[in-house]
Ligand binder design. Structure first.
Ligand SMILES: [Fe+2]
Length: 149
């Protein structure tokens, strides 16, 4: 039997080698975040109803929480500077995901574009600039962090 998702449109959030920051744990979680955002996008376009969309959004929100918590613990452990500022960025990003949830009350029409905008303009730049900086500044410390293994 064919899987019910086999006919879904390609996700707009494809993983790319240029997203690799060199910490396997962080990279795996970033890959998973894009995957879950892609599933939410597919759910929004599928016309399969609020419960499916809601479950996909909840899965993304829960994974965002897990990922940010793990990242904050890592940055403290490896002595990355500006962890407090990074934490504040995570708080803002979490709130934006919660806003997507509130937007659901008004229907799905605007949500696919909002989701694409959030991933492209908020999540990916956060990964590429802020997470990158947090890892790099820890690596540059004397006897600094050497990777994620
Ligand atoms: Fe981060």
């Amino acid at each position: 039997m064919k899987h019910s998702f086999s006919s879904r449109p390609p996700s707009p959030f494809q993983w790319s080698e240029r997203y690799v920051l060199g910490d396997p744990g962080v990279d795996d979680q970033h890959r998973q975040l894009l995957e879950l955002a892609g599933l939410l996008h597919a759910a929004l376009l599928s016309g399969r109803g609020a419960d499916v969309v809601s479950a996909a959004l909840q899965a993304l929100g829960e994974y965002v929480d897990i990922h940010f918590r793990d990242e904050e613990e890592l940055f403290v452990r490896i002595g990355s500077p500006d962890t407090a500022a990074h934490r504040a960025q995570h708080t803002a990003l979490r709130q934006e995901v919660a806003e997507l949830d509130r937007d659901l009350e008004y229907g799905f029409d605007a949500l696919p574009d909002k989701l694409v905008g959030w991933v492209e303009h908020r999540l990916v730049p956060h990964m590429m600039v802020d997470d990158q900086r947090a890892l790099q500044s820890a690596r540059q410390r004397p006897f600094g962090y050497g990777g994620g293994r």
